[in-house]
Write a protein of this length. Structure first.
Length: 244
């Protein structure tokens, strides 16, 4: 019974994260190439970000502080949209994942997407402890093994009855200062005039702290934590606050 509760608790945490990513925040000003570097530097000096989390500045700050990643290095080579970014195209947070989104006014090719994946793959590889990207604990058996770029690129395609179909989903991990971080790159798709298929027109890069051990071991740790009287008190307090 406790295992089931822990699983539900984990699921609730994921739902909470997704909900938080879709709430609040002002519309980011400018286009995908604009960023107030002065504001980013100012906040880095203060060691915290005091602005809106749904901005390029927030994403740039937490990408640099948490993962040593420069947002400029994540910018794709395809032509960016001339429109203002959407309300949730950027997210920078201290504890959860952060992401940046880049969109085009026209459809981009699968070659453009794969070129972007290669670019980001090289960026995370440079900041990794051992200079390599790994499978991570999402693949427990091979978590510390290097994930080759050729194998990663295959993830963007599905085989449906012998036909290769592009899905635009890529995932890998890297280790920085002994901590496993999970990376995801996914595409945005829509139908363009004259096309009957949904075509990619943008990409999103997401990074956050991943599992640091197997899911079974993680669940065991959670189970032990739930036996702690202090944890039980905090949970009871949180549940009462939710019911108000």
């Amino acid at each position: 019974m406790k295992k089931i509760f822990i699983t539900l608790l984990c699921a609730a945490s994921v739902i909470a994260f997704v909900s938080c990513a879709g709430k609040g925040g002002k519309k980011a000003a400018g286009n995908d190439g604009d960023i107030d570097t002065g504001k980013v530097v100012e906040n880095l000096e203060k060691q915290t970000f005091d602005g809106d989390k749904n901005t390029q500045e927030a994403a740039a700050f937490w990408l640099k502080k948490n993962y040593k990643l420069d947002i400029k290095d994540l910018k794709p080579d395809f032509a960016l949209s001339t429109a203002e970014p959407g309300k949730y195209d950027f997210l920078g947070e201290e504890q959860l994942s952060s992401y940046v989104s880049y969109k085009s006014d026209a459809a981009i090719s699968t070659d453009d997407v794969e070129a972007y994946v290669k670019k980001v793959y090289d960026v995370t590889k440079k900041v990794a402890d051992d200079g390599k990207n790994v499978y991570g604990w999402r693949n427990s058996d091979k978590h510390a093994d290097e994930k080759p770029i050729d194998e990663l690129l295959k993830e963007g395609w599905m085989d449906i009855f012998g036909v290769k179909v592009f899905n635009g989903l890529y995932a890998w991990s890297f280790v920085k200062d002994g901590i496993y971080y999970d990376v995801d790159v996914n595409t945005f798709e829509k139908k363009f005039e004259g096309s009957s298929d949904k075509l990619p027109y943008g990409v999103r890069f997401t990074v956050g702290k991943g599992l640091q051990k197997s899911m079974d071991d993680t669940m065991d740790d959670l189970e032990k934590a739930l036996d702690d009287p202090e944890v039980q008190k905090e949970m009871e307090k949180a549940l009462k606050n939710l019911s108000k």
